[in-house]
Design a protein around this ligand. Structure first.
Ligand code: AKG
Length: 208
């Protein structure tokens, strides 16, 4: 079920799912703004290929990634500590726009480049300890529309699917990461790139 409203003049859909809080701004950026940003980020972001170890075998992650943030906003995932690249002026302005829409502040962002539909991200939740217990994750999509799937961790029959179009912002709050997994599956027919930026807040002293 979905309820629509307006937030700062932007259309906003509340997606009603058990044990989750999901909001979708279908067009936070216009298609021209999203296209222009994708072109710029494609060229200028410090993209790199990561590896993960699955059942003792090293594999390339099927997308390119980059980690940006404030100094000290280090993030550990896939067994590696990532130190952030400093924000550019344009990225800081984008972060501000997203903070206003979400009524919260972020100190970091994970960038994903899906070169085409063969790139993907497998089922996971953003539940690393440094994100805190009920993190707010704001996910901006630029470029090729891609399917975004959710499944409940305990109630296996609960599933949901969205298409994330260029310029959209999906905000996940509350128990979403604790109770749900999400993925962007491969869609081999897609030939165009997509960039996704997930803004996050790293708790820099979470071990203290
Ligand atoms: O590309 C997306 O929409 C999702 C990315 C994602 O799940 C992540 O960065 O953790």
């Amino acid at each position: 079920m979905q309820q629509s409203s307006l937030c700062f003049g932007q259309s906003l859909e509340n997606i009603q799912l058990e044990d989750a809080e999901l909001e979708l701004f279908p067009q936070l950026l216009t298609s021209e703004q999203a296209h222009d940003l994708l072109q710029q980020l494609h060229k200028t972001v410090a993209w790199h290929t990561e590896t993960i170890r699955i059942a003792g075998v090293e594999r390339l992650v099927p997308r390119l990634t980059a980690w940006y943030g404030d100094k000290g906003a280090n993030y550990s995932y896939s067994g590696v500590v990532h130190h952030p690249v400093a924000w550019s002026e344009r990225l800081l302005a984008l972060k501000k726009q997203i903070e206003v829409a979400c009524h919260t502040q972020f100190n970091s962002a994970l960038f994903n480049l899906y070169r085409d539909g063969k790139d993907s991200v497998a089922w996971h939740s953003d539940d690393e300890p440094e994100l805190g217990a009920r993190p707010i994750i704001a996910s901006l999509s630029l470029g090729a529309p891609r399917s975004f799937q959710l499944k409940h961790k305990k109630h296996k029959h609960l599933r949901h699917k969205l298409t994330l179009s260029s310029g959209s912002l999906l905000v996940m709050r509350g128990d979403t990461q604790q109770c749900w997994l999400h993925q962007v599956p491969k869609e081999p027919a897609i030939t165009e790139p997509r960039i996704n930026i997930t803004f996050r807040n790293i708790i820099t002293n979470h071990n203290q």
